[in-house]
Ligand binder design. Structure first.
Ligand code: AMP
Ligand code: MG
Length: 416
């Protein structure tokens, strides 16, 4: 029986081999307003305190707390964005709005709901203060939200909307981030034609490339589309070379099994170093990982190459298991792994005795059971892309005889 010369690695060992070859790309500086979704390459400290001045928390009256309840003359008003040109002296009050700088002399704010404005017949306005407040009440001291120089964001943080807001709060307009990895995609197979073209005898539409292009974009990579190559040495070599010299990662699909025209593994052996050519998992056993370095000593460029299996499901599952952590590591993620949660099986699932299975499932939160419930997407055939439709998780099923009963707890790798 023909046997692959490549040792069979566990998923964990294979992933460790991938991550050992991946390192974050050199950081670049971009405007903070365009930094959504990128990973910070350096710590961010606040350039100024927030608030920069003692500020009122309420619409009301700035008072001297020790004065206590009573009726006091109104000496002025300060609205947000203005500074008082007067002081509050014992026995007087001033009108303030939320966010306004406290007038000098005042040490507390009484909210407008606890006061009454009076207009005596002889003219000048007075305010009745109805409650006793303490010094500092409803005043935000300088720097209470953010101190000047405070570390507001750490290197390795992903910039979401709150983090973009924090950059603005910190007075930062340009940030150092890790760029998005450039990921080249090549479909291989004499049978493949572009969707939209008429199918000739023996042909099928190339679905892997459209799928992988979308998957790359969804995890934050830039795409370089290398099209389709037929199963000839010369054509494959030319397409692979185009990817190797420019891209940070190259994904090929197809041509890694044991067939006569499965030429990708020998081609990668020739172009660089193959780190593994077989992994014990289902689906996706022939997944192949290599690195290839091009350029000269002073300007070397290393490309991480994933020879994904041709079956569409195997292609996408191995993309999530091995290529996504690599893309995330290049993109600067502190933790390149996708998150995992525990879920209860909605129905019994039979196990594979020889290989751990990554079973496609849809997770939903179950209000009554207070946990995630995982529902299988049905037949798990690796050629049936419908088994990935609506899947937002891969259930990590152990290699074992028999089945897991409904209600069993499993680990689910979140893919969407
Ligand atoms: P291979 O790994 O090249 O032996 O391909 C395994 C199976 O996946 C075959 O049935 C191929 O026709 C199919 N396949 C390979 N590449 C693609 C692709 N890009 N789109 C759809 N099916 C593919
Ligand atoms: Mg093929």
């Amino acid at each position: 029986m023909a046997e692959s010369p490549y040792p069979m690695l566990s998923v964990e060992a294979a992933l460790a081999a991938v991550l050992a070859q991946a390192s974050p790309l050199p950081p670049v500086t971009i405007p903070a307003r365009q930094a959504l979704g990128y990973i910070l390459a350096g710590d961010i400290r606040a350039r100024a305190a927030l608030p920069p001045f003692p500020a009122s928390v309420k619409d009301g009256y700035a008072v001297i707390a020790a004065d206590g309840p009573g009726i006091y003359p109104l000496v002025g008003e300060v609205t947000a964005g203005r500074m008082a040109d007067f002081a509050v002296t014992p026995g007087t009050v001033a009108y303030v709005t939320t966010g306004a700088p406290m007038p000098p002399g005042a040490d507390a704010v009484v909210m407008v709901e606890q006061t009454e404005k009076l207009w005596p017949a002889n003219g000048a306005a007075q305010v009745e203060i109805r409650v006793q407040v303490r010094a500092g009440d409803d005043v935000r001291p300088v720097g209470v939200d953010v101190a000047a120089g405070e570390l507001v964001l750490e290197a390795g943080t992903r910039l979401g909307p709150a983090e973009i807001g924090l950059l603005a709060t910190a007075g930062v307009t340009d940030v150092s981030i890790y760029p998005r990895p450039l990921v080249a995609v090549l479909s291989t197979g004499d049978e493949l034609v572009e969707p939209g073209t008429r199918l000739g005898a023996g042909q099928i539409w190339d679905s892997n490339r459209a799928m992988l292009v979308a998957a790359i974009a969804a995890v934050g990579g830039e795409v370089m589309d290398l099209g389709i190559s037929g199963d000839s040495q010369a054509s494959l070599e030319a397409s692979v070379q185009r990817g190797l010299i420019r891209a940070d990662l190259l994904l090929t699909s197809g041509g890694v099994s044991m067939g006569d025209l499965d030429l990708i593994k020998p081609l990668l052996e020739h172009a660089g170093q193959v780190h593994f050519g077989r992994v014990r998992l289902k689906p996706g056993k022939p997944i192949t990982f290599a690195t290839a370095t091009s350029g000269n000593a002073s300007n070397a460029h290393t490309c991480l190459v994933f020879g994904l299996p041709g079956n569409p499901v195997s292609s996408l599952v191995t993309f999530y298991l091995f290529a996504v952590p690599a893309i995330r590591k290049l993109a600067g993620y502190a933790d390149p792994n996708l998150p995992r949660v525990q879920a209860r099986l909605f129905h019994a699932l039979s196990l594979d005795p020889a290989r751990p299975e990554y079973h496609r499932a849809t997770l939903r939160w179950d209000m009554a059971q207070n946990c995630f419930v995982a529902e299988s997407t049905g037949s798990q055939s690796s050629s049936r892309l419908l088994s990935m439709r609506t899947a937002n998780a891969l259930l990590e099923l152990p290699e074992r005889e028999g089945e897991l009963p409904a209600g069993a707890l499993v680990t689910a790798l979140l893919i969407g």
